[in-house]
Write a protein that binds this ligand. Structure first.
Ligand SMILES: Nc1ncnc2c1ncn2[C@@H]1O[C@H](COP(=O)(O)OP(=O)(O)OP(=O)(O)O)[C@@H](O)[C@H]1O
Ligand SMILES: [Mg+2]
Length: 388
């Protein structure tokens, strides 16, 4: 009976995606134990250890004791010097702006940096068309405000205010989706490192009317190049950020490995550990890269669809097809599922994208089939799945 209770409690506390600080708690402990380099004030790790946490320790075990030593996994696939520059920015007085196409791991990189530097990635504002200044600065608990006036306890701090007070990294997701006048609330925060609360001038409680940023406070913003542009940000705000452009993964082999390991990890997290079909991954990543770049490895021209063929979408397709193979194993042919999923990825904005996908089928896919690739032959047979 007691056992049953314990199990059901464990089940009810399971979450779909634990935050990064929980997922990587052991790695963070091992890094912290072996990290003897100086840490900027307010930082949980030294700059070098932050980069190692994100880019991995190349198979080398870190940690003081044998029991606590661990290999640090590579989490962000990309140039180490970009991550290094991000870390240097965050130790300075400017904000860090990660820009790029959708699905290039900007949010993931922002969260990992925040976790490594501050121990938490949970201080975050999600920018939307409806984001208000209150969500960037502070709001009020109106019941208390009416009862006691504008005192500190009646403040409802935004994640930005909390980060300033506690000396932590705050993330601002999709900043360009907010109205420019709302974005501009950040200018004084980033330059003066102080948040004024004019209402408290009247309180006369001697507590002062400002929150000053503690050491360790920094901001990481992300902006998607496909949304309303970075060009609409005010020049004054842009000057308060160092920009880093995050590009899709350059190396094909590394992209394949990432798609395969991420799909396997996602399936394991949801309780279906299963081997991911490597020939499916190879095919899928090749198709994604051709459609993304507008050129195949053989040098053939490809008409690009208007949608972004991101690595994140490739992971989603690989995961979905593999999950289907678990649910419906009998006679399952993973390649037969590809055209339907590809159409789902491609057909988001323009009806013409179907024609572009068909043109890709009639070009590179057919030519590779003629060169004898069995999986490409199978794709040619499935062309009908792409037609209306
Ligand atoms: N370079 C990369 N390194 C590691 N993972 C990557 C990389 N590129 C894409 N991914 C995968 O893509 C997923 C989605 O990334 P994320 O949501 O952070 O992208 P994003 O750039 O913020 O996208 P969006 O602009 O749509 O918000 C990651 O969880 C990861 O599985
Ligand atoms: Mg994002």
């Amino acid at each position: 009976m007691a056992k049953k209770k314990a199990t059901s409690r464990a089940a009810s506390t399971r979450v779909q995606l634990p935050p990064a600080e929980v997922r990587y708690a052991e790695e963070l402990t091992a890094l912290s134990a072996s990290d003897s380099a100086p840490r900027p004030e307010g930082w949980a790790l030294s700059p070098q250890a932050v980069v190692d946490f994100i880019c991995g320790s190349d198979g080398v075990k870190v940690g003081k004791t044998k029991a606590g030593a661990r290999v640090i996994t590579e989490k962000f696939v990309g140039p180490r010097d970009i991550v290094q520059r991000c870390v240097v920015t965050l130790a300075g007085e400017r904000g860090l702006m990660l820009v790029g196409e959708p699905g290039t791991a900007k949010s993931m990189l922002g969260e990992l940096l925040a976790v490594a530097i501050s121990g938490t990635g949970s201080l975050a504002v999600q920018g939307t068309a409806g984001t208000t200044e209150d969500q960037i600065r502070y709001g009020w608990n109106y019941a208390m405000l009416l009862d006691r006036g504008p005192v500190r306890e009646a403040l409802v701090p935004s994640p930005v205010m909390t980060a300033m007070r506690d000396g932590k990294v705050v993330r601002f997701e999709e900043i360009t989706r907010c109205l420019p006048e709302v974005q501009d609330a950040l200018i004084s925060i980033l330059s003066e490192r102080r948040l004024m609360i004019p209402e408290m001038d009247q309180a006369g409680d001697g507590e002062g009317n400002s929150i000053f940023a503690a050491p360790g406070f920094a901001m990481i913003a992300t902006a998607n190049l496909r949304d309303r542009g970075v060009s609409e940000m005010s020049a004054a705000l842009k000057r308060r950020f160092n920009f880093e452009t995050i590009a899709p993964i350059a190396d094909e082999v590394r992209e394949r490995e990432l798609v395969s390991t991420r799909a396997a990890a996602l399936l394991a997290e949801t309780g279906s550990p299963v081997a991911v079909d490597q020939s499916l991954i190879e095919l899928l990543v090749t198709v994604f890269r051709d459609l993304r770049s507008g050129r195949s490895d053989e040098g053939w021209q490809v008409t690009r669809p208007s949608t972004v063929m991101s690595t994140a979408e490739a992971v989603a397709v690989a995961t979905a097809i593999t999950r289907e193979s678990v649910f419906f194993p009998s006679g399952f042919d993973p390649v037969s599922r590809m055209p339907g999923h590809l159409l789902g990825v491609v057909m988001k904005d323009e009806a013409k994208d179907r024609e572009r996908l068909l043109a890709y089928w009639d070009g590179p896919v057919r030519r590779r089939a003629e060169d004898g690739g069995p999986l490409w032959k199978r794709l040619v047979e499935l062309r009908g799945d792409l037609e209306e």
